[in-house]
Design a protein around this ligand. Structure first.
Ligand SMILES: [Zn+2]
Length: 335
């Protein structure tokens, strides 16, 4: 059995948000006429965004592929390009509702196999909380996916406190995914925004939540960071050291060293090498890592959970934790 906490999905039809709102920046509806060919996604200015396959849209295809890999449950979230945090708050709310309605429909038809994480208009905390409540109470989603930062603010910003409070109250799981990578202009080649920027984005988000005192203020949050915590794990020693030698900068909002907050969050297992998997288990603990594949994208783990299953240092009981038991706890679902 496996629960894959990191998979993405798009609606088969995407509304023409540019026409509706009067400004652009959105992904156009896909052309799904030839489902056996790569499907080109375009932005509404005509620029090519990314090739994807039919499994990014089609529930039946993804459920069949999941079964082939012994994935019992996929946790679905949108593709981060759809966050649209740049949009006007009202428009962001409309987009989130559009995506969440589509997601909830797919999940409700496949309750045993799919779990949904909604999208929120994080550019307005008020609307984000409103849509979060709808996601959990009405649409029966298990939580939400948000970005590693929101436009110009990081995740420690006080304006987000009502969001964290609502997540706690609603027992909502929060999946934090890298996007809009800092320094992209300095990384025009070699896929570097994905290789350098994404691991940094995750570290930025973890550091923001720790140093901002978010885990201290909201200890019941159920947070998971993508990509094995990005570059955070390897720099943890430096981060702890900084806390002790520069408390004037690092200890403004917290009274304990960053190490103390490691069990306030989960990370997924998407690290692509046994050495890295062993390392994040050592850093974060066997109870705080969950299978995540980034399905259906090429930079993900093609056979979800393969790295875990093939790790010679893990017992069967360790593997059960990584493959599904930790996810059951994070998602508050029964054993
Ligand atoms: Zn992803």
């Amino acid at each position: 059995m496996k629960i894959d906490v990191h998979t993405h999905i798009l609606p088969k039809a995407i509304a023409d948000f540019k026409a509706k709102f009067g400004y652009g920046g959105f992904i156009q509806s896909p052309n799904l006429k030839n489902v056996n060919e790569p499907i080109k996604l375009y932005k509404d200015d005509g620029n090519f965004f990314r090739n994807v396959n039919y499994n990014c849209f089609d529930i039946e295809t993804r459920l069949n592929e999941a079964l082939l890999n012994d994935v019992s449950i996929q946790v679905l979230s949108t593709v981060p390009v759809m966050f649209s945090y740049f949009a006007k708050p009202n428009d962001g709310l409309y987009i989130a509702q559009y995506l969440n309605d589509d997601l909830a429909c797919s999940v409700s038809l496949n309750k045993d196999r799919l779990i949904g994480l909604g999208t929120l208009p994080m550019q307005s905390t008020k609307f984000a909380v409103k849509e979060l409540e709808r996601c959990i109470k009405d649409l029966k989603l298990s939580g939400v996916q948000i970005g590693t930062h929101i436009n110009d603010i990081n995740l420690d910003n006080e304006c987000l406190y009502p969001f964290y409070e609502a997540c706690q109250d609603l027992n909502a799981s929060i999946f934090i995914h890298p996007w809009d990578m800092i320094g992209q202009k300095q990384m025009p080649k070699y896929f570097l925004p994905w290789l350098v920027g994404m691991p940094m984005e995750i570290s930025l988000a973890i550091n923001s939540l720790i140093f901002g005192g978010i885990f201290a203020k909201f200890p019941k949050l159920k947070v998971c960071f993508a990509h094995g915590g990005g570059s955070f794990g390897f720099t943890l020693g430096r981060i702890n050291h900084a806390y002790h030698v520069r408390p004037d900068l690092c200890a403004i909002n917290i009274n304990e060293e960053p190490n103390s907050y490691l069990h306030n969050f989960y990370v997924d297992s998407l690290v692509h090498s046994q050495e890295s998997l062993d390392f994040i288990i050592k850093i974060f603990g066997i109870d705080y890592i969950m299978t995540g594949s980034d399905y259906p994208f090429v930079l993900g783990e093609k056979y979800p959970g393969k790295l875990i299953n093939e790790n010679i240092n893990l017992t069967d009981s360790d593997k059960a934790k990584l493959l599904y038991q930790n996810a059951q706890r994070w998602l508050s679902i029964g054993v």
